[in-house]
Design a protein. Structure first.
Length: 82
């Protein structure tokens, strides 16, 4: 009834090498290489990514504030009503 999940396709003339998940170290060099690499990548991209988000946030807050002001009634329009 078909092939099992691990044997879905048969490739000829292609050699693959794998290592068992039980033989790998899940967090090998995580503290010594992973964190410094993450910090280096963050520093190299923060000035490219952050300014559009800051500008979008400032436009969003300005637009919401302006919209709230436009919903208010002008008290001067009703000064002579009694």
């Amino acid at each position: 009834m078909g092939r099992h999940f691990g044997n879905l396709i048969r490739l000829r003339h292609i050699i693959t090498y794998t290592i068992s998940p039980f033989e790998q170290k899940a967090f090998a060099n995580h503290l010594s290489k992973g964190i410094p690499n993450t910090w280096r990548r963050f520093k190299s991209q923060v000035f490219r990514v952050a300014p559009p988000f800051v500008v979008a946030y400032l436009i969003y807050t300005w637009a919401n504030h302006d919209h709230e002001l436009s919903l208010r009634k002008n008290p001067a329009d009703f000064a002579n009503d009694k």
